[in-house]
Design a protein around this ligand. Structure first.
Ligand SMILES: Nc1ncnc2c1ncn2[C@@H]1O[C@H](COP(=O)(O)OP(=O)(O)OP(=O)(O)O)[C@@H](O)[C@H]1O
Length: 286
């Protein structure tokens, strides 16, 4: 296979059991993410979503103790054989608890910290810092105290700090968990911009199904440590009854399609957005 066609993340038969746990958090996961993908990961609480992110960025097996089977490669490097430092040059992670992730008290210092740690040369630091702030749209926050920022602004600082490191993959674990709907949407608009115009592969764990439906290209559904679906977002969402049964929400228009189908309206293709729902209802009325 030509190198450019190899997935940037390739997970093969990966299983992981945390030390002391009675059952695996991940079981026999096969998942390939190609460069340019925008993959959403969803599943009920305890499904293994964070564990899957940790296995993509090398925290598993390097940092979390437990039994790891199978293989994961990141940018063609086996995560088992590659140091966390080298892996972090390929994939940058924005963790669930951004307050715990922040190390500095002022925005520009937060970004400088990563650049200095990565050994970026002095002449390159300023342009990278300015570019990272600009690409996230927060150049005006450069000298602000992080403690004075809103949740959405902090999330953008966290994204800028990892973008300055020029990763090929951006991994985010519930980046909108603490945000209101408008700020959540802004974060996804930013992720789309980074994906479409900067060529960054995005993998995001997220509970807000409306955002996943609108912004992601593909969706992976985890439940009980196993991968139940992984396909184009719209194709996955059409499995409305199955998703609801495993505790995953679907867009409201998809639930409506399911209800109409159960009422005997013969819906053969469930709507996943408002336009499709409009077409479906016009069809029924006609
Ligand atoms: N450090 C740990 N030690 C032992 N078990 C753990 C540890 N971290 C997670 N687990 C267990 O592994 C399983 C998967 O957890 P994980 O955090 O990956 O799920 P999740 O889908 O991200 O959940 P949530 O949506 O609640 O964040 C759960 O059963 C959890 O209790």
């Amino acid at each position: 296979m030509a190198a450019e066609h190899q997935p940037i993340i390739a997970i093969e038969k990966a299983s992981f059991t945390y030390e002391g746990a009675s059952k695996p958090a991940l079981e026999s996961i096969d998942l390939a993410v190609h460069e340019g993908d925008f993959l959403g990961i969803i599943g009920p609480s305890g499904a293994g979503k964070s564990t899957l992110v940790y296995s993509m960025n090398g925290i598993i097996p390097h940092y979390c103790k437990g039994d790891f089977f199978g293989s994961v490669s990141l940018g063609g490097n086996d995560t088992f054989e590659t140091s966390l430092t080298d892996l972090s040059r390929i994939a940058a992670t924005v963790f669930q608890d951004i307050d715990a992730q922040m190390v500095a008290s002022v925005v520009e210092d937060e970004i400088l910290f990563g650049l200095e740690n990565f050994g970026v040369s002095k002449t390159e630091i300023e342009p990278r810092l300015a570019e990272a702030l600009a690409s996230v749209g927060i150049s005006d926050l450069r000298n602000r105290a992080i403690s004075s920022l809103s949740g959405g602004q902090k999330q953008k600082v966290a994204v800028a700090a990892v973008l300055a490191l020029k990763p090929r993959v951006l991994l985010l674990d519930e980046p909108t968990g603490a945000l209101d709907p408008a700020s959540s949407r802004q974060i996804f608009e930013l992720l789309r911009e980074l994906n479409e115009h900067h060529g960054i592969t995005v993998v995001v764990v997220e509970q807000k199904i409306g955002l996943l439906a609108e912004f992601t290209k593909r969706l992976a559904v985890l439940a009980g440590g196993t991968l139940r679906y992984c396909d184009e977002t719209r194709a996955v969402l059409r499995n409305a009854a199955e998703l609801l049964a495993i505790g995953v929400n679907v867009p409201r228009v998809t639930t409506l399609s399911l209800l109409l189908h159960e009422e005997g309206y013969g819906i053969d293709r469930f709507a996943v957005d408002v336009d499709e729902a409009k077409g479906m209802i016009e069809g029924i009325v006609a």
